[in-house]
Design a protein around this ligand. Structure first.
Ligand code: UTP
Length: 294
């Protein structure tokens, strides 16, 4: 296959978000806010910074707030203008995508991440594509997706962002079997979804950032069920190995699992400490709480 630039991203947002009930009873998990931006916006901004121009959200029932978030809100904008609330207006304008740049498809039943990606097959077509799971946030100097896009250019194959996890927790993650390793890029020779620690081929885990070649769709079409009786993306990716280059990227930055309460709380603190308008106040209240605990 000749090299094609990365221009498309799929954002799977059809999960039920059960770990955040009751917050997610009538609001999508991806609208949970870290500091003052919903998770979905961090994902879209990160992808745009990597040159991605076309987006497909794979949604489910009760997810319309996510679509509205990227829509123009004429009434609100007119009111802000009339009241000269220019900073607030700018925050809304920064959100705006090119007309037609975002599309949605429905995953009628949450049958797994692999199934969600397959639902976006018409959007993907024959192009390489990024996947960003909005509940994974990465704090880094260079946006994580930019780092992956660079690695894609370098290897001309699929690349997934990876982190080391505690060896006794491999049963929570998609885990790599590794070949050659230069400390940054690691060749993937196998992939296993949620292996027991005793069966895990390494402790390198995939996080919610991927660049995949479109060939993965051919394997997803078979709809084979894996761990948890779901159609696992990891299983379809495993079948690509040996047919095209496949690497893990130890990215620069820190990942926060915002689908989990502790990860979400940590992200609030870490991201607010990065904000010049908030950092001093946050530091002051953290000191207060720490002195009370000590
Ligand atoms: P999670 O494993 O975090 O599941 O999905 P979840 O349903 O969102 O949350 P919990 O575990 O019930 O709290 C990882 C990503 O895959 C998407 C989710 O929206 C999330 O971005 N996903 C998962 C789908 O789009 N469809 C699915 O069938 C499963």
């Amino acid at each position: 296959m000749s090299f094609k630039p990365l221009r498309k991203a799929v954002l799977p947002v059809a999960g039920l978000g059960t770990r955040f009930l009751p917050a997610t009873k009538s609001m999508p998990k991806e609208m949970l806010t870290v500091v003052d931006r919903p998770l979905i916006q961090y994902a879209v901004d990160e992808a745009r910074a990597a040159g991605i121009e076309q987006f497909c959200m794979v949604t489910g029932r009760g997810k319309t707030a996510l679509i509205d978030h990227f829509d123009v809100s004429y009434e609100l904008e007119a009111t802000l203008k009339a009241r000269s609330k220019l900073e607030a207006l700018e925050a809304l304008e920064a959100l705006r995508l090119q007309p037609g740049a975002i599309t949605t498809v429905r995953q009628q039943e949450p049958l797994g991440l692999g199934h969600a990606i397959w639902c976006a097959r018409t959007f993907i077509g024959d192009d390489p594509f990024a996947i960003l799971l909005p509940d994974d946030l990465v704090l880094s100097k260079t946006p994580c997706m930019q780092q992956l896009a660079d690695a894609y250019k370098e290897t001309e194959g699929s690349v997934v962002a990876v982190v080391e996890v505690p060896p006794d927790q491999t049963n929570k993650y998609g885990i790599l079997k590794t070949g050659s390793d230069d400390g940054r890029l690691v060749e993937v020779t196998g992939l296993v979804e949620k292996p027991k620690p005793a069966d895990a081929p390494s402790n390198l885990s995939i996080i919610g950032r991927y660049v995949l070649l479109p060939e993965v769709l051919g394997y997803l079409t078979k709809m084979e069920r894996g761990a948890g009786n779901e159609v696992q993306l990891t299983d379809a990716m495993a079948k690509m190995i040996g047919h095209s280059p496949f690497h893990g990227l130890r990215f620069e930055g820190e990942r926060f699992d915002c689908g989990d309460k502790i990860g979400f709380l940590e992200a609030q603190i870490a991201f607010s400490l990065e904000r010049p308008d908030l950092a001093d106040d946050v530091r002051a209240f953290l000191k207060k709480y720490i002195s009370e605990i000590a």
